[in-house]
Unconditional design. Structure first.
Length: 153
């Protein structure tokens, strides 16, 4: 009888120790990322950016038109020291994509996704009024130029 009571108490104490250890473990696994101040050059922009926004800092500047599948347009001016349009937009957090066999495949712009496999639409890149002959990540920035990213079928 005493052995059974001792076993029960030991089980109870071990269970409480396990619960306490689990509580400490989950508290220790909390995401300890500290809040960072918003810095336009660090990709911390709140998306979507508003029409007419001036983004980034740098010697070069260009205008960017973003047109979604519903025809809504957002015009922004980008200031940067990056070499390519893709690098400038990626560093600001405006553009997200993944590397493919032909360069950067754009997945979303200004928080707007375009998925060809799902919807049959994609992000088209324009230099001025003309469809670009190079990808956004291979197009060098020309100071004062205008570029566009439009959702197309």
């Amino acid at each position: 009888m005493k052995q059974t009571r001792f076993t029960r108490w030991l089980s109870f104490i071990l269970c409480m120790a396990l619960i306490a250890a689990m509580a400490l473990f989950t508290t220790g696994c909390k995401d300890n990322e500290t809040e960072k101040p918003a810095d336009a050059n660090a990709g911390d922009l709140a998306l979507p950016v508003e029409d007419g926004a001036e983004l980034g800092e740098g010697k070069l500047s260009f205008s960017l038109l973003i047109a979604d599948k519903d025809g809504n347009e957002t015009n922004v001016t980008v200031h940067t020291d990056e070499k390519t349009v893709g690098d400038a937009l990626t560093s600001l957090g405006i553009l997200e994509g993944e590397e493919g066999p032909y360069g950067l495949y754009i997945k979303s712009v200004n928080g707007i996704a375009a998925d060809y496999d799902k919807d049959g639409v994609y992000w088209a890149f324009y230099v001025g009024e003309e469809y670009a002959s190079t990808g956004v990540d291979m197009t060098d920035i020309e100071d004062g130029a205008s570029y566009a990213l439009k959702v197309e079928k």
